[in-house]
Design a protein around this ligand. Sequence first.
Ligand SMILES: [Fe+2]
Ligand SMILES: [Fe+2]
Length: 471
Amino acid sequence: MSNVDLNARIPNNVSLGDDARLLRALEHWQPSFLRWWMEMGPCGFQQHDVFLRTAVSVDVQGWAQFDYVKMPDYRWGIFLAAPVAGRRIGFGDQCGQPVWQTVPGEHRNALRRLIVTQADTEPASVEQQRMLGDSAPSLYDLRNLFQVNVEEGRHLWAMAYLLHSHFGRDGREEAEALLERRSGNADKPRILDAFNTPIESWLDFFMFTMFTDRDGKYQLRALAESGFDPLSRTCRFMLTEEAHHLFVGQTGIERIVRRTAELMRQDPNEDARALGGIDLDTIQRYLNRWYALSLDLFGGEISSNAATYFASGLKGRDREERYRDHVALEDHYDIPVFGDGRTGTEQVPLRNALNEVLRDAYTLDCQRAVERWNSVLAEQGVTQQLRLPAKQFCRQVGIYAGQHFDLDGAALTLEEWHKQANEWLPTGADQRYLASLQKPVREPGKIANWIAPPAHGVKGKAFEFEYVRLS
Ligand SMILES: [Fe+2]
Ligand SMILES: [Fe+2]
């Protein structure tokens, strides 16, 4: 794209220099952002050179640069995907109308709410992950953690730009508030629950980037369909970066599973823990927790908000073009329900079930990753397998909240639940065990005992490359 300005104080492809007021507002927000980064970003390592990817354009052929950067010097920029000429709203009551370049007054509150909710997750995850640097299993993993962190910082920039440029004074206040809330803080928590849950171990981190960042992928895909074109273009480019975060999660778990299988084969009782690995039961318990927490992020199964967002052209479905009917007024969707001790299904008008439609697309995606991990286990001759729990398991949001189900979705009494919850969810003993494993490994080419090295390094570099210069 021709209008990329990389030398500006805030690198951008949105001609920021042409709008003095907006530029001033964002230049005012920048030091607040940096203060937040130093206070709530990665603990330590801020003065070390890290081999990082930086977005420098939205050109598919080469949108990023890789080089050593000190994190506070990272060039957080504002990049929107190229506009699509003649783009029209692709769904809902105004399907076929031209997209909006400014916020329609009647949708202002709803759009602001959608943007703020997405925006809040970006700094939240950085805060949740801030203590992990000290216990990274290799320099490669340390670098990946910081890569994810700086890019979540850039996503915050992307959202703050939308708030500043399209929502006036309210938007500026919302952008400030994004830097004031704190993950897990009782007085000013982040908006969504999964983003207030501590990420204490690297197993949590990989589960988070696998399952919770993947919720982000589906939310961004749904918002990329938006009739509000600047939001659509912002989300489309964020998805490009997000793919790496999902890769870090999925392959991180795959590498743990691979190492676990190796250790199981070496131990006479197939006990990976006896040899300092992470046993599959523990991996399953962490998977159960993060999957359930992430399912909650999609919201209630039956949602009039989702219906309104869709009707007004604000938030569509995952890759709306795959559907034949973009108005979705007539169809219904089956939702498993539970009442009086019995399970069944309920037909819900499709527009009211769109959270569930998005959640089901997400589940299929997660299922593919689990199959990949299971094929690693099978290759290694291990018969035990991992699985996704049923969608009813351990939910805090929607129709299953406050009730108890096993991994297959069968209803339990509270007493039955308490008898088995320790088998299904991480325990204090699991946490202590993982904490005992987390000794940092900081020599290039070396790796902790509980995880296998990656198949490839970053950007054609070997695993042995010095991804973070610690000396
Ligand atoms: Fe993000
Ligand atoms: Fe992410």
